[in-house]
Design a protein around this ligand. Structure first.
Ligand code: SMG
Ligand code: MG
Length: 368
């Protein structure tokens, strides 16, 4: 297809409650949406970069800037563009995976809708629902954590992940085990530890967690291997996995017993599928991560997570985990399951009224 418009829409959507991690507190989701229009269809993609470069080097305004200045002119200049062309066309621009993923998603959505094909059918998945897990931020007290987790379990979430950091690790995990027994439980450190903390991290082994996610720094792949050899809890990498190449390195170095696949972090859904395939060949289980997506990204993630290698429960919760009002028809969780969308495209499009309510700015980019 030939694109004749790329629109960048910045949104600011309030979260139901602040989401606290070892790197900071999110009270809003500053989502960047990419909207493309072609001769055959329209498409929507969501950029998962946060407002500030605190989870990764990317941030929402930076993503909009690189798309406007560098990516859009290349894509608008193509006579024939397919989603599979987007990554190769942008490969010579270093980094910016989340920005690349967002434009690829928008083009893919348009392409699938032009073909009347669902993302699930495109992927060839057989499952029509995926199990739903929830990520729980750092709380003000252990009592509050127990209360929050009890609420999610009552709602039906099949797996609990809690955020940890030095000073909020052994005690909250121990309290959850004491209160809820052997529920499926895992922790995410978002790089808050170093190898000096090895005794403390080994202390967590007694709780038989499903995994510990990203204990060390992003580019400490080798050190994650050193750590993994000394823990019984599987080490799962999130921030460290930026591409098929880093996934292959992590697997070879035995640094990742498990991989959290986030399409945005690795440059798009197509690269996510390649990492999934490598993990399957290597016997490494994967699960689909989350970045507080609106329905646009959340629905597409549900289809991706239906691929067979996604054998662990992911961070795909319902829209109402974070939002009083999602910008799309909400993604629902029922009895612990999220439906895999079956409509043409990635699964959800923004509702114009709601979009207008949360819109901060809109940039229209036309062929030059
Ligand atoms: O979308 O349910 C979600 C959030 C899951 O914890 C989550 N994401 O490191 O895995 C992670 C974090 C990154 C975003 S924190 C603002
Ligand atoms: Mg993580």
């Amino acid at each position: 297809m030939k694109l004749h418009l790329i629109e960048l829409i910045q949104l600011r959507i309030p979260l139901l409650s602040p989401f606290v991690t070892s790197f900071g507190t999110q009270t809003h989701r500053d989502a960047l949406l990419v909207h493309v229009s072609s001769d055959s269809a329209e498409g929507w993609g969501e950029c998962v970069a946060l407002a500030a470069p605190v989870y990764s080097p990317e941030y929402a305004h930076g993503a909009a800037a690189i798309i406007e200045q560098f990516f859009a002119p290349v894509l608008l200049g193509q006579e024939q563009l397919s989603a599979a062309d987007v990554a190769p066309l942008l490969q010579h621009f270093y980094g910016h995976q989340m920005a690349k993923a967002a434009v690829e998603a928008a083009v893919l959505d348009a392409e699938l809708r032009a073909q009347q094909l669902s993302f699930a059918a495109f992927l060839g998945v057989e499952r029509d629902r995926v199990p739903s897990g929830v990520s729980v931020g750092i709380q003000a007290s252990i009592e509050r954590l127990v209360e929050v987790v009890a609420g999610y379990l009552a709602e039906g979430y099949q797996r609990i992940k809690i955020k940890i950091q030095p000073g909020w690790d052994v005690a909250p995990v121990s309290a959850l085990r004491a209160e809820f027994g052997d529920i499926p439980l895992q922790v995410d450190a978002n790089s808050a530890y170093t190898l000096d903390d090895i005794a403390l991290l080994r202390d967590l082994d007694q709780f038989e967690l499903l995994l510990i996610e990203q204990p060390l720094y992003e580019d400490d792949i080798r050190l994650h291997g050193v750590l993994a050899a000394q823990l019984t809890t599987p080490v799962c990498l999130d921030e460290s996995i930026l591409s098929l190449r880093s996934a292959a390195d992590a697997i070879a170095l035995r640094a990742a017993g498990v991989i959290n696949i986030k399409p945005g972090r690795v440059g798009g859904y197509l690269e996510a599928v390649r990492i999934h395939d490598l993990a399957v060949r290597s016997g490494v289980p994967v699960w689909c991560g989350g970045m507080l997506e609106t329905g646009v990204g959340r629905a597409a993630n549900a289809a991706l997570a239906a691929l067979p290698g996604f054998s662990m429960v992911g961070d795909i919760s319902a829209s109402d985990r974070f939002y009083a009002q999602d910008i799309t028809e909400p993604v629902l969780m029922q009895d612990g399951w999220i439906e895999v969308p079956s409509t043409p495209g990635l699964g959800r499009v923004p509702l114009p009224d709601v979009l207008a309510e949360f819109e901060v700015s809109r940039t229209r980019i036309l062929p030059g």
